[in-house]
Design a binder for this molecule. Sequence first.
Ligand code: SF4
Length: 215
Amino acid sequence: MNKEVVIKKLLDWWDKNQRKFPWRELDESSPWVVLGTAILLWKTKAENVAKVHEVFFHKFPNEKSFLTSPEIQVKNLLKPTGLYNRKFLMLKKLAHLLDSSSFNQETLSNFGQYIRNLGRLVLYDENIIPVDTPVSRLLIRLLDFKVKNIRRLSPYEETFLGELVRKLPPHRKKKVLYWALVDFADLMCLPKKPLCAECPLKEECNFYKKKNKTQ
Ligand code: SF4
């Protein structure tokens, strides 16, 4: 398996098929916006977050505006993203952390691995890819990369993901690899019926090779 070839084909696909979401254009130096967006995206489809993202961050542009708003108002806005009670509590925790201390890399340890790793990638430009269910599915099929627990990646798994990021061509931003994996998993490598026949990665894909060997 040539990971450089996989990444090149993936990014070529993404250049033509990428989805446009408001958070991909935002100020990515703001922990409130970056981690708040990650919380909204947690366990839901990006399209659901797109319905509320602009209004949410217009009403709550920073942690202080969030903390001084009535709970019911926040929850009503969060409803379309699902799990809104959990998300409200996670946002509250984030807002308190940002409000009470100077935010730094260590603060990320207060969050689960998906949100933590998204912060490490976007805020600190680390070599890591946040793994949610769709990205995990794609990596397992494509690279035969076994993720034991997406909530708690092992050091080996984090190293593997870091190596993947290091294969990026130098002119590409690291977060672009993550976005490409997310879009590819959601649009091509579907959970039940992946679009293998038209997939540009099928020659490299372990799942595809195994499936065709047994037929
Ligand atoms: S060949 Fe099929 S399983 Fe493999 S990455 Fe493409 S869509 Fe997914």
